[in-house]
Design a protein around this ligand. Structure first.
Ligand code: ARG
Length: 272
């Protein structure tokens, strides 16, 4: 069982543009966003996972992207420090939530980092993105706070501004990613660490297919990423397509809406 934190998109809208997917001139349908989001939440519940909710706040239209609020490993929560001023007030809501839910090791990061947008946790290490949002100094800060080695990766394509738009952790050893979103050096690093990775096509990456959540067996990803769905099936995973088209207007999908709460050893399924 996995434990997730989500934020209902009650105030979802595209009011500003901080990534190339966001066009404030395009209409959004908050009700449809809520329906699609409910579908994702029900999928998790149907798979036996636990989903906790953090209250959305008016005036913070990006709050639905809960993955950005923090990184939680071993019951310790490192709360985000957002790069763009529009999202900075979200951090207080996460600090409050973790404190009220029994987490004792809670700290807001000193350096800009957008939680699991740029920190992807695997069995033995944290893969950490930078280039658009997260400050490189935040990588060392996370390594120190969690006591886990961090592998830095640099993003180059503004459409893939967070690591979780270009790479998915499938289980403790396996990942899938879109090489073109990274610098040469980062690509080489990934090839060396994960020679058997599933490689995404440009079309699947553009469908946000890498913005996926895996529980080690089921992989929930945007349904339009048909190539990845086939590849994952070949590798023995159970891919499940989800429709979050409304939330894609803000530049996010399945993973962006899902913050994983990893408990301390021996505390499976309980907070913290
Ligand atoms: N509009 C949000 C932003 O640009 C989308 C965040 C998507 N979240 C993610 N984990 N990639 O900050």
């Amino acid at each position: 069982m996995r434990h997730y934190l989500m934020v209902r998109p009650a105030h979802f809208d595209v009011e500003y543009s901080i990534n190339p997917w966001m066009d404030p001139g395009k209409p959004t349908d908050t009700r449809l966003a809520i329906t699609q989001w409910e579908g994702l939440r029900e999928l998790y519940l149907g798979l036996g996972h636990r989903v906790d909710l953090l209250d959305p706040a008016p005036g913070l239209p990006d709050m639905v992207y809960a993955a950005n609020g923090a990184t939680v490993v071993n019951g310790r929560a490192l709360v985000a420090r957002f790069h763009h001023r529009h999202r900075r007030p979200e951090s207080a809501a996460y600090l409050k939530w973790f404190t009220e839910h029994g987490y004792r090791d809670v700290r807001q990061a000193r350096w800009a980092n957008e939680g699991e947008g740029d920190f992807l946790v695997t069995g033995s290490r944290i893969l950490a993105g930078s280039g658009f949002r997260t400050d490189r100094r935040a990588h060392d800060e996370a390594a120190e706070f969690f006591g886990v080695p961090v592998v830095g990766l640099t993003l180059t394509d503004p459409r893939y501004y967070h690591l979780d738009t270009a790479l998915t952790v499938l289980d403790d050893e396996r990942i899938m990613y879109f090489p073109e979103a990274f610098t040469e050096e980062s690509r080489r690093r990934l090839e060396k660490l994960y020679p058997d990775a599933v490689i995404a096509s440009a079309a699947d990456a553009a469908a946000f297919g890498l913005n996926a959540v895996s529980d080690g067996r089921h992989v929930i990803l945007p349904q339009a990423a048909t190539g990845l769905i086939a590849r994952l099936r070949e590798r023995g995973f159970d891919p499940i397509g989800a429709d979050l088209s409304e939330l894609l207007k803000g530049g996010g999908s399945v993973k962006c809406c899902t913050l994983e709460l990893r408990p301390a050893p021996g505390k499976t399924g309980q907070a913290p």
